[in-house]
Design a protein around this ligand. Structure first.
Ligand code: HPA
Length: 247
């Protein structure tokens, strides 16, 4: 059984350096996950890998089947889940290419299937979400990054928007007033669903652009892609260190 899972987002349809072991396509009560789940090995440690947007990057943030994804990982034995998230930087301290392990989030998404607890015979179930991320896994990510000499910010508030469009400058100003440091589109309901199933979930965010209005002019997608590419190596090194201890 693999106890750690990685959900790869934009820029991570697979994990570089991963030795491929097998692919599994578990059925869930919520339909199919975004892609077959890969069992892989990095530095002797086994883990599960799931591409959030599908193998050909065809599923936009609002159409991801978050429930099937989280259910499938749990059914395959995952206990700890790292959600990779390409994000825009809002706060001046979160510029492009920075890595962060946010400690809070604000959910601006709508219309997504956001719970496993639909009521009816099963009754009404609430979960505590005071701290949306698993502190133990966040601390582990930060420790691995430090040991590898890779800068990673401890904390920050991750605002999650609906997408797929980027935000207006006014929306980003509002998010800033709300206290958001980072903005992405896939952090929710992923984190809440993981909590509902008792998984230890943390977000490893990597900044690929200044959020709308935070730099001169419009957001340049060429720069965004270059920043994304630059984050692959440090993230791969952190995850390798994290996974290797699972062996
Ligand atoms: N906004 C929302 N999601 C994002 C951004 C952004 O600026 N950059 C990467 N994902």
């Amino acid at each position: 059984m693999s106890h750690i899972a990685v959900i790869g987002g934009s820029g991570f349809a697979s994990l570089p350096g991963m030795e491929f072991l097998e692919e599994v396509c578990p059925e869930t009560p919520y339909g199919q996950p975004s892609a077959p789940i890969q069992r892989g090995r990095l530095a002797g440690g086994d883990f599960l890998f799931l591409s959030r947007h599908g193998l050909q990057h065809r599923i936009p943030p609002h159409a991801v089947n978050y429930r099937a994804n989280i259910w499938a990982l749990k059914s395959l034995g995952a206990e700890r889940v790292v959600g990779l998230a390409a994000v825009g930087g809002i706060h001046a301290a979160y510029g492009p290419r920075l890595l962060a392990a946010p400690d809070h989030l604000i959910d601006y998404t709508h219309g997504r299937d956001q719970t496993f607890h639909e009521g009816g015979e099963a009754g009404v179930v609430h979960i505590d979400f005071t701290r949306p991320y698993c502190e133990a896994l966040r601390a582990d990510l930060l420790r691995r990054a430090r040991a590898a000499g890779i800068a990673m910010v401890d904390g920050g508030t991750h605002g999650v928007t609906q997408g797929p469009r980027l935000e207006t400058a006014a929306e980003i100003r509002r998010m800033e007033r709300d206290g958001c440091d980072l903005v992405g589109m896939t952090g929710m309901p992923e984190a809440a669903l993981a909590r509902e199933l008792g998984l230890c979930y943390a977000c490893l965010a990597f900044v690929v652009n200044w959020a709308a209005g935070k730099a001169e002019g419009e957001i340049a997608f060429s720069e965004l892609e270059a920043n994304m590419a630059a984050c692959v190596d440090p993230i791969q090194r952190i995850l390798t260190a994290l996974v290797s201890v699972e062996a």
